[in-house]
Structures are given as C-alpha cells and as structure tokens.
Design a protein around this ligand. Structure first.
Ligand code: BV8
Length: 266
C-alpha cells in the first residue's frame, strides 16, 4: 500500500498546535534512531519481517566477542549493509533536519542532532553538527588500535573480509558494539545538549538501547518538552510531552514548514 505523502488531518492539527512552542525554542535537540532511515530503504533493527535482528543475531554480530570469533562473517554483514546504504538516498526527514539546523544556526540559536544511526544519511543530507553516538559504518580502525587511528574506508564492496590496513593489521568497523563503551566526548556532548534544550524531538527510535535511550529522560528532567515522532508507540511514549504518530519523512518536513512560518510571524 502506498505511503501517504501528507499527515492525516488529526496529525496535521497536532503539528500545528505544537509549532509555536518549537518556533519559540532557542535550543533544540534531536535524537534519532533507525526509523528515520526506514523511508530511505535502510532496514531498521526491530521491524519484524525486515529488521536486521530478524535475520541476524545482533549480539553475535554487533559485539567484540562475535567479531573475534568470526571477523569474516561480521565484516560480510557490514559490507552488505554498506552496499545497501551506498545504494539509497537520504529522505525528506533527513533533509528537513538539515534545513532546520541551518535555520536555527542563522538565527543564532542551537540545534544539536544526536543519532544512534551509523548510516551517515544525516551527513549526506547536509546536517553538519552530528553526534554519532554509535559511530559511522564508513569508518574503520585497527582491531588492536585506538579510537584516534580511525579513518574513512569507502571501498564498497570490500576487497576482502576482514579488510587489512597497509601494515597488514585487521581492521574493525569504527562503530560501538554492545557492551562497548561509547566515546566519552560524544556522551558528554549528547547529555549536555539534552540538559540545555528547551525542546527535544525523539525520532524513529524504539528507545531500548542505552545510554541513548536515557537522553529523552534527561531532557524531561531538565524541564524540556520531549516530542516523539514515531508511527508506533515505544518504551518512552508514556513519558513523552506529545507523540506525533507518523513517519518521520512525512512529519518532519510539515513540522519544519509550520515552525518556520511561526518564526517569521514572531
Ligand atoms: C554501553 C552500532 C557501557 C552497531 C548499536 C540492560 C538495561 C539497560 C542497558 C543494558 C542492559 N544490558 C546491557 C545494556 C547496555 C546495552 C543496551 O542498551 N542493551 C539493550 C539491548 C538492553 N548498551 C550497550 O551495550 C552500549 N554500551 O552501555 O557501554 C557498558 C560497557 C560494558 C558493559 C556494560 C555496559 C552500546 C550500545 C550500542 C550498540 N550498537 N549500533 C551497528 O549498528 O551495527 S545498537 C543499534 O541498535 C542502533 O545503533 C540503535 O541504537 C539500536 C536500534 O535501535 P533503534 O535505532 O531504535 O532502531 P529499532 O529498529 O529498535 O527501532 C526503530 C524505530 O523506528 C521503531 O520504534 C519504529 O516504530 C520506528 N520507525 C519505523 N519506521 C519509521 C519509524 N519512525 C519514524 N519514521 C518511520 N518511517
């Protein structure tokens, strides 16, 4: 069934009601998950049929133990995902967030994008200040190296699994696997943004994976309004200030249009 291209009247009315509050926000934080890339054709993790975790055991594949046990299989999985991502484009939701960032920056306000996604689609859509909490699928680093040795590797498909660097060292994806620590600088910047924002949008995430899932709770505790954009209810929904039950590729462009209209009026 074709996706609706516009919010239904009830959702549109909800968006129009929220727009003034967003237009007045000096500091906005956005926290996105795999759902924001769903309309680009990138499988999410939990969607039953298409979800990556329906086909693969994430703990086996997205973990250092799984990698050590079988680096070739883990890299085959990442290479497949890189090829899928390479073949798709950012969607209207990604572009809306990039435009919003520019508009807030031009107005001397803050707009901090924080993502759990490693697909780089926010960057390809033009967002420039992105906290990539879980890394980036186009970056690699030596398995026994440091975070500072990370660099971009665009080969797609890869010549071999696992890829090696010039010194013959095994390379790993520069992403954060389960039970691995996140980059402390990213954690600090993300929670600073969550505590400083007037409004947070939580877009396309099931809010299950920590510490990312703690960001909206932190924003609420610091007095922000937290609005969820997701066609489905999530673990966070009962706590949200408002829930916009729609696809981000449909909701975000209309929300931005309403907010910019309101900003021009004020
Ligand atoms: C850590 C990178 C310290 C790799 C990923 C018990 C309780 C609490 C926490 C834990 C616990 N046990 C263990 C933990 C910690 C663990 C964790 O949270 N586990 C969960 C599963 C319980 N976290 C960690 O390990 C983190 N590190 O805590 O370090 C530490 C150190 C040592 C020991 C212990 C702790 C590291 C987590 C990072 C893992 N890496 N990705 C890769 O991608 O290959 S996680 C990966 O899965 C993503 O990055 C993302 O974070 C997560 C998937 O979540 P979502 O993005 O939300 O996607 P999902 O499919 O679930 O949902 C999609 C949503 O979109 C849905 O709601 C859907 O309705 C919606 N949607 C669909 N279409 C649309 C849409 N929305 C809008 N528009 C649409 N069109």
């Amino acid at each position: 069934m074709a996706q609706p291209s516009q919010p239904d009247p009830q959702l549109l009315e909800q968006i129009e009601r929220l727009a003034p509050q967003l237009a007045a926000a000096q500091n906005i934080a956005i926290s996105t998950g795999a759902g924001v890339s769903a309309e680009s054709g990138v499988p999410t993790f939990r969607d039953a049929q298409t979800g990556l975790w329906a086909k693969y055991d994430p703990v086996m594949l997205a973990s250092i133990d799984g990698f050590r046990r079988d680096p070739a299989t883990v890299w085959k999985w990442y290479d497949e995902r890189r090829q899928t991502i390479r073949a798709v484009e950012p969607n209207a939701g990604h572009y809306a967030l990039a435009q919003w960032e520019q508009a807030w920056r031009d107005a001397g306000r803050t707009f901090q994008l924080i993502t759990q996604n490693i697909d780089d689609l926010h960057g390809r859509a033009g967002s420039s200040d992105i906290i990539e909490l879980h890394g980036n699928i186009w970056w690699v680093r030596p398995l026994h190296g440091t975070l500072l040795e990370a660099r971009r590797l665009d080969d797609c498909p890869l010549a071999q699994h696992p890829p090696l660097d010039e010194q013959g060292r095994v390379l790993r994806p520069h992403v954060v696997w389960f039970n691995e620590q996140l980059d402390p600088l990213n954690i600090e910047a993300a929670f600073d943004a969550a505590s400083a924002c007037d409004v947070m949008l939580v877009v396309g995430t099931s809010s299950v994976v920590y510490p990312a899932a703690a960001l909206p709770l932190y924003a609420l505790r610091h007095g922000a309004a937290v609005i969820e954009v997701n066609p489905q209810p999530t673990e966070f929904s009962p706590l949200a200030s408002a829930c916009l039950r729609g696809a981000s590729g449909i909701v975000l462009p209309v929300l931005l249009e309403q907010v910019l209209e309101q900003s021009l009026r004020s």
